[in-house]
Design a protein. Sequence first.
Length: 495
Amino acid sequence: MALDLRDYLRVLSRRWHIIALVTVLGTVAGVLASVLVTPEYRATTTLFVSLQADTNTAQLNEGNSFAQARVQSYADVAESPAVTGPVVKSLGLTMTAAQLAERVEAEAPLNTVLVRLTVTDTNAAQAALISNSVARRFTDVIRKLERPQSSKLPSPVRLTVTHPAAVPTAPSSPNTAVNVAMGLAVGLLLGLGLGVALETVDTSMRDSKALAECLAAAGGPAVLSSIVQDPRAARQPVSLRDDMHSPRAEGFRKLRVNLQFAQVDQRPKVIAVTSPLPREGKSSVSVNLAATLAEEGAKVCLIDCDLRRPSIAPALGLVRDAGLTTALVGHAELHEVLQSAGTFSVLASGRIPPNPTQLLGSTYFASLLRTLAEQFDHVVVDTAPVLPFADTTAMAPAIDGYLLVARAGRTSRSQVIDALRILERVNVPVLGAVLNAAPVRGEGDAHAYAYTYRPKQDTTARLTALVSSRLAAVVPGRRPADKQHGARVPSKTRS
């Protein structure tokens, strides 16, 4: 899947916690690499290579060219056993000649007659000592190599130490700044890669746009509303009681309005609310849909038909044991088990039966729904999830339409399509879909238009006081304060 700049920004906004976590781990790894690694010190000795010749200019030029040509070969000699072996013996080092050779680095810059011998060691003073010792031994070895075999003349090549190695004051490695920067960069890249990978394989419904595209591709209904995430929903199941003008309450009002236009020719009266899997918010949508329908004065009955895991009665603080199953088995009349939730009536689940599918597919259940449909303007039915159970499709003959609920970030594309296919087989219309727990920022600019209702102050008292003060200014001897307290104004006596 090709991603553009908007997709990458969306990945950053959705997966920022994973990206930040991996970035922090990379930075911590860089810090640990600097803390756990033993510090190493580098000491460098610089030698100048020259030829012992006369002061003739031509000879000096030839000697300089000869030295430049030879000095490239001298660098390899510095790491040979002829140099490192005697140094190990003379200094009494606890290492072999080969191990010392790995710590010696010889460099001969081009177009120069310089040789730099660098020794790396965990001890700063020992690094300088070894570097100077290697330089002395290196000088002796080169002189022997360049001295003629059949002559007692001295070697024409002379090596002079120009910069002896000094004890380094700071370690050359680890470089904490570089390690931390590398850890940060690598962690950020890995975090971005992981975020993109998770976004690519994630097929869950992130926003209403993704749900609408999924339904359109499957030839399904439209998205009727998206209910934004609200942490107070667990404490206050009915959003209208908490804040009538909150974005969540407005989302349910939008659902109510769109349901009225879902089937224009025959408006649905018995609406079953379901979801592909559990814990996607279908019961919350059912409760708030009933409250929203009752808000405009309609008579609404909410039925808890999720006989696998009923949750309506506990959420509303009602009695669960007396309800639907009680009326179906004939232990009570229907009107005896109906309970009030304030603005709407509730028929709780009753005791959980051993055969929910057979009970909900019976003619007794269909007859009960017809009775409630005659008594109420709207009947909202909370059902079991579609994919794991057959309860929802078993009650299809008594239902006017289904409402499919998907949870943002949890319900996948395949789950929505599978649930839609199951509901379409029973020849009952799917009125629409609802995206529950949608992110506020991911649902466009509509949610940014939220407001807080503040009733106007009562201006009657202020208006009365203003009129009284004006009358006091026009009528002589009238005092508003005296009139307010009922006191009589004494008249002036003539002298």
